[in-house]
Design a protein around this ligand. Structure first.
Ligand code: PAF
Length: 268
């Protein structure tokens, strides 16, 4: 792909220097909605993009599978990629620009500089994926610096990530709003995630027990036991900030989800 390539309406830019030049030409009066992604876009991303488009003059997404947030090499290598489909979805939704940088450009410092948080990032996902949130916060800050959005959109499926990013923008006095958007689920209640595309039909049938049990009226210990009986390995089931959070593994595929405690009423 060339550094800057126009495809239908969306323009894909992979060179950071090209992006910086272009960004300088934007009309300062225009609002910018930004959706950072790692690609393999699905309806969850689509809903974020649609909201960003409704609320702003220009909509930009980034596609970058960020190696610094993967604590597991295989998970990074096997992360699903579907660039052509992503471009088609971006066109359908009416995205103006896709920023798709490469590692050497985006991490010219080779990750010598990082953003760390010392509280919320140590719980749940942070506890089970050492270094994960430093990678997320660092890449998101780099992208915010490049895009300089008015509003950035994140899904509640990754509630801990969204909350840490919200807190980071306050801590660093960033002049932008973080918009939190509801989790999009499939017909069986499974939260949409790029990793779902790696589930076999058999694994999918196991996975659909996860959202049901998470939203049940059982205790975390009971849920853990029932998830294990259903064929999942459980990293954690925890209650925090009026929500219940969980992470499970089905084979090599790790899924996370969370629900508000007030919705945890399902009888099992
Ligand atoms: O949620 C994601 O897809 C990623 O963590 C993000 C925010 C794009 C950073 O790489």
């Amino acid at each position: 792909m060339h550094a800057s390539q126009a495809m239908n309406t969306v323009t894909v830019i992979s060179s950071i220097s090209d992006w910086v030049k272009l960004r300088k030409q934007f009309d300062a009066k225009k609002t910018i909605g930004f959706v950072p992604t790692m690609g393999n876009l699905h309806q969850g991303h689509q809903s974020l993009c649609e909201k960003a488009r409704q609320e702003n003059d220009l909509t930009i997404i980034s596609i970058f599978v960020n190696p610094t947030q993967f604590n597991n090499r295989d998970d990074f290598t096997n992360y699903p990629k579907s660039f052509d489909k992503d471009i088609a979805l971006a066109n359908k939704v009416g995205i103006n620009y896709i920023l798709a940088p490469n590692y050497t450009d985006l991490y010219a410092d080779n990750y010598a500089y990082k953003i760390t948080e010392t509280d919320l990032s140590c719980l749940m996902e942070g506890q089970h994926r050492p270094g994960h949130f430093a990678g997320v916060l660092t890449v998101v800050m780099k992208l915010f610096m490049l895009v300089r959005p008015t509003k950035a959109y994140f899904g509640e499926k990754d509630w801990q990530q969204m909350q840490l990013i919200k807190n980071m923008t306050k801590a660093f006095h960033c002049d932008l709003d973080i918009v939190s958007c509801p989790t999009i689920r499939d017909k069986n209640g499974l939260a949409l995630s790029s990793r779902n595309s790696r589930l076999s039909e058999e694994q999918y049938q196991v996975a659909i027990n996860f959202p049901k049990l998470l939203a049940s009226n059982k205790t975390p210990a009971e849920i853990k036991q029932l998830l294990e009986q259903a064929g999942m390995a459980v990293d954690y089931i925890e209650e925090f900030a009026e929500r219940r959070f969980g992470a499970v593994k089905i084979g090599q595929i790790r899924l996370i989800d969370n629900v508000e405690m007030k919705q945890c009423l399902l009888q099992f």
